[in-house]
Every structure is written in structure tokens, then in C-alpha cells.
Design a binder for this molecule. Structure first.
Ligand SMILES: [Zn+2]
Length: 374
């Protein structure tokens, strides 16, 4: 199967800004979704019902325990929502946000904590993606998560990452959306055309995933793109992608470019400060990646550069004759892929006029995350 990124983009369903905002408003209407409050279970039950209303999607209320620690006075029974849209293969793609909220100035059990942007916005993105992806047949399995215990130290994502590792899940990517609903801050700065994607380098492949996220969105001619940040996360802050990365899975974090820190973890994190059109753009950026990874073939192995002295570059790999492959390249100093050609065969391709000494090459299934050639 050959699916170019631009083709996937042209066939995408459009996220509904109004539906996204309605989800944010509903979640913010719970007095609090603090992980230590009864509001957490109420909100989880509501979102599970929303997932179960989507044909083909099955939501699980995942029960686990918050261990005693920072912001957790004693071992506490916990819940979060894991919804699955099964594919034909066992490879999985995970998208989510955290459903729990926090107000640092109020009582954990009773204080008002609307958490509209942090992080009803991310939960809404995952739900909207499920609605738009259901009803089509996919090769790989899609997993939509409303994490809990994020504000107490990434407890829900840690529990799911542990389950994924124990169960031997093959995870093609984790897209964590946390605080993705606002395009401006109170300094008057605004950026409506980009979302940041944080990633770290390592064998887990998170940086490769981030570059692919950027590449796919750069092929989508809609005036919205990705600002890559080559870091695990923001200073002194964490996110639900990190436990997956630590467990060896590729994971990235989507977060708006200009956060308004003064509203975070306060009763001022309200739906009226969420920009629904910006949120819809972020949702589309996720959807494009999910569509691609949902159809992705197995990653090529043994991807290597032929070490001849020539002006062109030949790349070889072990692949499947039933798959189509793309060969990508970028200058060694470029953070993003700069070119891609569809390979003529399932194991070898020459890119004319691009020198191996000055460029990094990679090979990926079309679609699929490219694997760097060595
Ligand atoms: Zn958050």
C-alpha cells in the first residue's frame, strides 16, 4: 500500500471545534477532577460513556492504585479510562490527555478545579480523534486514554506504561496532549499557527516519531504546523508521555506554544480561555499522525547506507515486498526531513544528487515512522 502524507491529509475528516469545546465545557463543569476527589470517578464514567457511544470503540475503566507519595497521603484506589478501537494487527498507537485537574490553592477533595486547558483540552482531542477514526478499517489498533494522577506524578501513565511493557505491547507511538487549547498568553503574545512537540533522543525512537509528526504536518497544506522542541518536557514540568519513553516506547508531548502559567492549577483555568479553533488545529495535527500510524506497516530493519564514493546515495534495507517504502533525507544540521522519494523497490533505492556525507538518510513504510540509515 502506498499512502503519501499529502494524500492522507487530503482525506482527513475535519475535527469539530464546537464538539471539542463542548467536551472541555462538560469536563470543566465537574466541580473538580482532582485525583483525590470523587469528581475523578464521575468524570471518568462520563468520558467512558462518550467513548462507548462511538461504534467499534470499547472503553475500560482501568482500576489501579495511587501509591502513597507526593500529594498522595495514603495508598488510594484510582481509575482512568482506556478506550480501544481494534485494528487487524497487534501494533498499537496511543493518544491521550490527563483527565485529572488541580487547584494548588484549594482543598484537593472539594476545591474548585476546572482544568479546562490543563487538561480537558487534551482529553477532548483524544475523544474527537476517536469519533473521526471510528467507522474505518485500520491495520493497527488505536488506544485513546484519559489519564489520571498526572498532577500527582504521572501515576496513571506509569500504570499504563507498566501494563504495556508487561503485556508486550508493540507501540508505534504515544501522542500525549497536555495543555493544547490556547494560542496566546497574558503578555499579549500569540501563535495560532503552531503547536510544540517535545521529544527526547534515545533508543526508544521518540525523536524519530517527533520528526515524522513534523513531516506529516508539513505536507498538510493548512497553514498550521509543528514547532519541534528537542527536550523531554518544559523546565521543572512533566507529562504522560515520559513513563512510556522510560519503558522504551516512542512518545512525544503536544503543548501550545504560549502557555499562560498564571492560570494553570488555579480556578481560573476556565473554558472561556480556550480557543476552540486553535484546539481544532491541534486535533487535526494529531489526527493526521493517527491516520498514518493506524495504517503503518512494520518498520524496515537493517537500514544502511552503501559506502561507495559517489555523488548520489544508495540506501538498502530489509523489507517486505508487499509494502511501499519512502527514503527521507535531511542535512546533518537540519532538525526536520527535507526531502522524500518513493523507493523503486522493497530493499534498495538511490537518491540522485544528494551526498551521503552531508545528509542523514532514513527509510520508512508508506506510511510509517522512518528509521535512520547507519
Ligand atoms: Zn497538565
Amino acid at each position: 500500500m502506498f499512502l503519501a502524507a499529502a494524500m492522507i491529509a487530503s482525506q482527513l475528516s475535519s475535527p469539530s471545534a464546537d464538539r471539542l469545546l463542548a467536551t472541555v465545557e462538560k469536563l470543566a463543569s465537574f466541580p473538580t477532577r482532582n485525583s483525590l476527589s470523587s469528581g475523578l470517578a464521575d468524570a471518568c464514567e462520563w468520558i467512558a460513556t462518550e467513548y462507548n457511544a462511538i461504534p467499534g470503540v470499547k472503553a475500560e475503566l482501568m482500576k489501579f492504585t495511587f501509591p502513597r507519595g507526593r500529594r498522595i497521603p495514603e495508598d488510594t484506589p484510582a481509575v482512568q479510562v482506556v478506550a480501544v478501537l481494534p485494528g487487524e494487527a497487534d501494533a498499537r498507537v496511543i493518544v491521550g490527555g490527563h483527565i485529572d485537574s488541580l487547584n494548588l490553592a484549594a482543598d484537593a477533595k472539594t476545591g474548585r478545579a476546572p482544568g479546562a486547558n490543563d487538561d480537558a483540552s487534551g482529553v477532548a482531542v483524544a475523544l474527537e480523534c476517536a469519533r473521526l477514526l471510528a467507522g474505518k478499517k485500520h491495520r493497527n489498533t488505536l488506544v485513546f486514554v484519559a489519564f489520571s494522577g498526572e498532577e500527582q506524578g504521572l501515576l496513571g501513565s506509569r500504570a499504563l506504561a507498566a501494563r504495556a511493557k508487561e503485556s508486550g505491547w508493540k507501540v508505534l507511538g504515544v501522542l500525549n496532549n497536555d495543555t493544547v487549547g490556547s494560542s496566546m498568553n497574558l503578555e499579549g503574545q500569540s501563535d495560532k499557527s503552531r503547536v510544540r512537540v517535545f521529544s527526547e533522543e534515545g533508543e526508544h525512537g521518540s525523536r524519530d516519531l517527533a520528526r515524522y509528526v513534523e513531516w506529516l504536518n508539513a505536507q498538510d497544506d493548512n497553514g498550521f504546523g509543528i514547532k519541534l522542541v528537542f527536550r523531554r518536557d518544559r523546565f521543572g514540568r512533566g507529562g504522560d508521555h515520559t513513563p512510556f519513553v522510560e519503558a522504551g516506547f516512542p512518545g512525544v508531548r503536544f503543548v501550545e506554544v504560549l502557555e499562560e502559567y498564571s492560570r494553570q492549577h488555579t480556578q481560573e483555568d476556565l473554558p472561556q480561555f480556550v480557543d476552540k479553533d486553535y484546539l481544532a488545529h491541534v486535533c487535526r495535527a494529531n489526527l493526521l499522525v493517527l491516520e498514518a500510524l493506524a495504517m503503518a506497516g512494520p518498520a524496515p530493519t537493517n537500514v544502511r547506507i552503501v559506502r561507495d564514493q559517489a555523488h548520489s546515495t544508495t540506501v538498502q534495507w530489509d523489507g517486505d515486498p508487499g509494502e511501499s517504502y519512502g527514503v527521507y533525507w535531511r542535512e546533518t544540521t537540519s532538525p526536520t526531513w527535507q526531502g522524500m522519494e518513493t523507493a523503486e523497490g522493497a530493499g534498495k533505492h538511490t537518491v540522485q544528487g544528494v551526498n551521503k556525507d552531508d545528509h542523514v538518510f532514513a527509510v520508512g513504510c508508506l506510511p510509517g515512522v522512518p528509521v535512520e540509515a547507519r
